[in-house]
Ligand binder design. Structure first.
Ligand SMILES: Cc1ncc(C[n+]2csc(CCOP(=O)(O)OP(=O)(O)O)c2C)c(N)n1
Ligand SMILES: [Mg+2]
Length: 666
């Protein structure tokens, strides 16, 4: 088989592809491109691995001189799949006759040549590095301390995902493939809430990216550092409205503190560095958009991944001296101060408790700060507000000064607005937001509280409130025991569930909760020892609990992880139980099944509305867990709770304890 090249236009007649031998062509045959006769053609030996277009592609083929016969792209006329010789191991001509389109299964004859391969960045910039733009950026991400990526691999992020794979294989990163991208962003948010370190979530363009949004809003509103990495359609088709194309920069603008599209000529390490700098120092969302073809472009040969050295500042800022003096003077003269701690104080609790101990003042937590002081501490009063205890309400009411540390004044938080307040926060916008405070103090909580303790000296006017706290707590424990024993024959009371959990959940556990009456009851009844509690605080999204447990497991694999949800909340992310099974995550899930959106029924009743559309048709959750490969236990009587929890907590993989609860006994 020979090839004959037109010496005028370069068109190649390849006997192997045409099926008719050159000598059998009729005398009057003319070059299909430039129209010259056969005498202008010269025989050419086909170079190994190079093929020429099929007949019928004359115009395109003819436009290429034979000498420029480099790698080409062959496109399936049925599904559009492109076989790019420059990316594949075998040239088109060497593919066996039995070769079929890997997408739609048609044979080679239905492919057309689309011309030469588009040179990649290495070729166009004259560099030869084999490290891709994605490699460079993912390696930069690792240097900035990202250890976990939650996400779903798909068409428009394959190049980026492949770079993640390479880092994972090098032991620098762990990828957790979830079943819904909403779980990826919730998991990343929970990881960040627990560790203070950023995690990443990864999606394709279009629907994968929009699925990330809820979890990203959760991270933003609770000030957790998260990096969102979204694929995008190729730049060539960006704009006119390609499949799965949507304006990701616009869609993510409100949620991301910083968002950029990665382009071939971008400063790639700088983009990744800035996304993470915004995430870490603003405790917010950084976002990068990766158009398809940019992901696999070669990075510049001399490019090196960048790290955070010299790019981050310590945040332990002391308050202005005047604010500190005013706060100290006010605290010194208080006779019944109460300390209210929020989630913002979670890393500074040793200093906060030391200050409260100076006054023997009650320590009340917001719901989001639950567990930041052990309930066994002589100054601990439990949670404030809707999911709170009568103890905390009592001491707030009686206080003559509130010292509010890293908390907000949202209605759900429940901080009294008619009390004099000294407020400390690292964010000037959080100070006096929603209501005026007497003394706003801008500063890092731990640092400020330490300085306050020094400034106060020993001359305090405060009464010792410890005995009163002990009395109030004892009364509340009696009431909790009464509620735990309550029954109407229609399910177990929530107080009994959380009494059992208080007895059995290990003290180093991370407890992730959802939203709903189950969660309010947890706030009210569960007694924390050293456990950490994670929730969707400001966004208050049902569905958070289970995917967040995946993130908590990744953030603290050595700690027991317990998820608490209702049947409504878990219904949104039930599929993620298979993720927990896949990765062998030791997550104990306590599911309060009351067969309804219990909190909503209650709200409808409170608004004097008929209870409407809140009943739920549920699967048998314990059997569902078993069918996923997890342990499933159903509990229908309070007497079974301890044994069920013990077994579930001892199980090395994921377990689900389905507790049939009474929607009224919350
Ligand atoms: C994403 C989202 N959708 C809806 C709501 C409103 N909502 C709050 S609690 C709740 C019901 C939760 O039901 P379930 O998980 O069964 O908890 P229960 O109140 O019964 O304990 C709903 C629908 C929400 N907070 N978040
Ligand atoms: Mg329910």
């Amino acid at each position: 088989m020979a090839r004959y090249v037109c010496s005028v236009c370069g068109y190649v007649y390849d006997e192997a592809l045409e099926g008719t031998a050159w000598c059998d062509l009729p005398e009057k045959w003319l070059c299909p491109v430039c129209g010259v006769d056969r005498s202008y053609f010269e025989e050419q030996e086909a170079p190994p691995g190079i093929d020429e277009p099929h007949a019928g592609e004359g115009a395109e083929a003819g436009s290429e001189p034979a000498a420029a016969a480099g790698p080409k792209v062959y496109v399936c006329t049925v599904c559009g799949y492109a076989y790019d010789e420059s990316q594949e191991e075998a040239p088109w001509a060497d593919l066996p006759d039995t070769w079929l389109c890997p997408i739609c299964g048609v044979e080679r004859g239905l492919f057309e040549s689309q011309g030469p391969s588009v040179p990649d960045a290495a070729a166009s910039t004259g560099t030869t590095s084999r490290r891709t733009v994605s490699d460079l950026m993912v390696e930069t991400m690792v240097k900035w301390g990202v250890t976990h990526v939650f996400g779903m691999v798909g068409h428009s992020n394959l190049g980026l995902a492949d770079a993640v794979r390479r880092c994972e294989e090098a032991g620098q990163l762990k990828f957790i493939g979830i079943r819904h991208e909403g779980a990826a962003s919730f998991a990343a948010s929970a990881f960040a809430k627990l560790t203070g370190r950023p995690a990443a979530c990864l999606s394709i363009a279009g629907p994968g990216a929009t699925n990330l949004l809820t979890g990203l809003w959760d991270a933003k509103m609770d000030r957790a550092p998260v990096l969102a990495l979204t694929g995008q359609v190729g730049t060539q088709v960006l704009g006119p409205g390609a499949f799965q194309e949507l304006d990701l920069a616009a869609a993510f603008r409100p949620v991301a503190a910083w968002s950029q599209t990665v382009l071939p000529g971008s400063r790639h390490t700088e983009l990744m560095s800035l996304a993470l700098k915004h995430a870490i120092q603003r405790r917010d969302v950084g976002h990068l958009i990766f158009p398809d073809e940019v992901q696999t472009m070669a990075a510049a040969e001399d490019a090196e991944p960048a790290g955070p050295e010299g790019r981050l500042t310590p945040m332990e800022i002391a308050p202005p001296p005047a604010s500190l003096d005013a706060a100290a003077a006010r605290l010194r003269s208080a006779s019944r101060p109460a300390v209210i701690v929020g989630h913002g104080a979670r890393y500074d609790m040793d200093a906060v408790i030391a200050l409260a101990e100076k006054f023997h003042a009650p320590v009340i937590t917001t719901f989001k700060a639950k567990g930041q002081i052990p309930d066994s501490h002589p100054l601990a009063c439990g949670v404030l507000g809707r999911s709170g205890t009568p103890v905390s309400a009592h001491f707030m009411r009686k206080a003559d000064l509130l010292l509010v540390l890293g908390a907000s004044f949202a209605k759900h938080t429940g901080i009294a607005s008619d009390k004099p307040i000294v407020q400390v926060d690292f964010d000037p916008l959080a100070l006096g937001r929603m209501q005026a405070v007497e003394i706003p103090v801008l500063g890092h909580i731990g640092r400020t509280v330490g300085l306050l303790a020094e400034a106060l000296g020993e001359t305090l006017s405060a009464a010792d409130q410890r005995n009163e706290i002990a009395e109030q707590v004892a009364q509340w424990r009696q009431e909790k025991a009464r509620r735990a024993a309550e029954t109407r024959g229609r399910g177990i009371s929530s107080a009994a569930v959380f009494a059992a959990m208080s007895r059995l959940v290990p003290e180093d556990a991370v407890i992730v909760v959802d939203v709903g009456n189950n969660t309010y009851s947890f706030g009210r009844y569960f007694e924390c020892r050293r456990q950490s509690v994670l929730m969707s605080g400001y966004l208050g999204s049902i569905g958070f609990g289970y995917p967040a447990a995946l993130g908590a497991w990744a953030g603290a694999p050595e700690r027991p992880i317990v998820a608490v949800t209702g049947d409504g909340g878990f219904g949104q992310y039930m599929g993620e139980l298979t993720t927990a099974v896949k990765y062998g995550m030791g997550i104990t899930h306590v599911l309060l099944n009351n067969s309804e959106l219990g909190k909503i029924s209650k709200e409808q009743r409170m608004e004097h509305l008929p209870v409407w559309q809140t009943s739920l048709v549920n699967p048998d959750f314990a059997s569902y867990a078993e069918s996923c490969g997890a342990m499933g236990i159903k509990v229908t009587a309070a007497s079974q709770l301890d044994e069920a929890l013990r077994r579930a907590l001892a199980h090395p993989g994921p377990s689900l304890v389905e507790v049939i609860t009474d929607p009224e006994l919350v």
